[in-house]
Design a protein around this ligand. Structure first.
Ligand code: NAP
Length: 251
């Protein structure tokens, strides 16, 4: 499916049943290319008109459900609120990291977004400031000194790097004075945060609570199932990262 071809598929869902029966059909925009999926998602929404719509979810590569599960872990660790909390997202330029940072902003956190490239981090910070109105600071994650400086105020760190890429050494995080919460989304060894295990789920390690990719993944799957159920309740659900997070909070 591409934005150009998806319209006829949507028409097929809309015009083959009465409006009262439309909740029997829903659209899942998945696939592994998140940017291409976003374009299809926009084209699907643009095809709806008046009462002619069916529910739709966007979760290419599991990016939204994974980011929502990470945000839920952060909320749980911080007592249910991230308002005013300083947070850092490593590899925030990827699909999961971008959405995790966006959700943290929406929840009122002050968010530092990291990338190997300061230019990419700056571009993302601009995008997030515009879309959320949040306080976002870019940083270049290129060495231990830079990481320590960028994350020195962070209470929460989410590591959203590519599979098998270690991003945060224990020697850095163990000396961050404000740190309470570490969340690593990379399940493939070597893991993203040294000292955090994939199965960690609200695990206490010294003064820090930790979640690993499998710990987050269990919540992600619960959110995914709830979201799929919701699609077939009414014909007007549009589930992007924010709506998926709200479903997760309701679980
Ligand atoms: N637990 C779950 O249920 C679940 C579900 C889906 C995904 N995941 C995991 O979540 C993580 C993020 O997924 P994603 O799709 O957003 O990842 P991704 O697009 O593959 O990579 C995210 C970022 O990692 C950085 N990166 C890539 N290669 C690197 C390298 N060699 N060295 C340092 N940084 C590198 C890049 O940022 P810069 O170029 O800006 O530095 C990239 O934007 C992955 O580990 C994925 O496996 C977990």
């Amino acid at each position: 499916m591409t934005p150009a071809t998806v319209r006829d598929l949507v028409y097929g869902a809309l015009f083959t049943r009465a409006p009262a029966e439309m909740e029997a059909t829903a659209i899942f925009v998945g696939g592994s290319d998140v940017v291409a999926g976003e374009a299809v998602f926009e084209a699907v929404k643009a095809t709806f008109f008046g009462p002619f719509k069916v529910s739709v979810i966007f979760d290419a590569n599991g990016a939204n459900t994974t980011a929502a599960a990470a945000a839920l872990a952060a909320l749980q660790s911080m007592g249910g609120s991230l308002q005013g909390v300083s947070a850092g997202v490593l590899a925030a330029t990827g699909p999961v990291g971008h959405r995790a940072a966006r959700l943290l902003c929406r929840l009122g956190a002050k968010v530092a977004v990291g990338s190997r490239s300061l230019d990419r981090a700056r571009g993302l910070a601009d995008t997030l400031r515009q879309s959320t109105g949040g306080a976002v600071t870019p940083f270049a994650a290129i060495g231990e000194a830079e990481l320590t400086e960028a994350l020195k105020d962070s209470s929460v760190i989410i590591s959203a790097g590519a599979a098998g890429i270690p991003l945060l050494p224990a020697s850095v995080w163990s000396n961050l004075p404000a740190l309470t919460t570490l969340i690593d989304l990379n399940a493939v060894p070597p893991l993203g945060i040294e000292g955090v295990e994939a199965a960690d789920k609200n695990t206490v390690r010294g003064t820090v609570r930790t979640w690993g990719a499998l710990g987050v993944g269990g919540t992600k799957m619960k959110i995914h199932k709830k979201a799929i159920q919701e699609l077939f309740v009414t014909n007007d659900k549009v589930l992007d990262a924010e709506q998926v997070l709200e479903l997760g909070r309701s679980l």
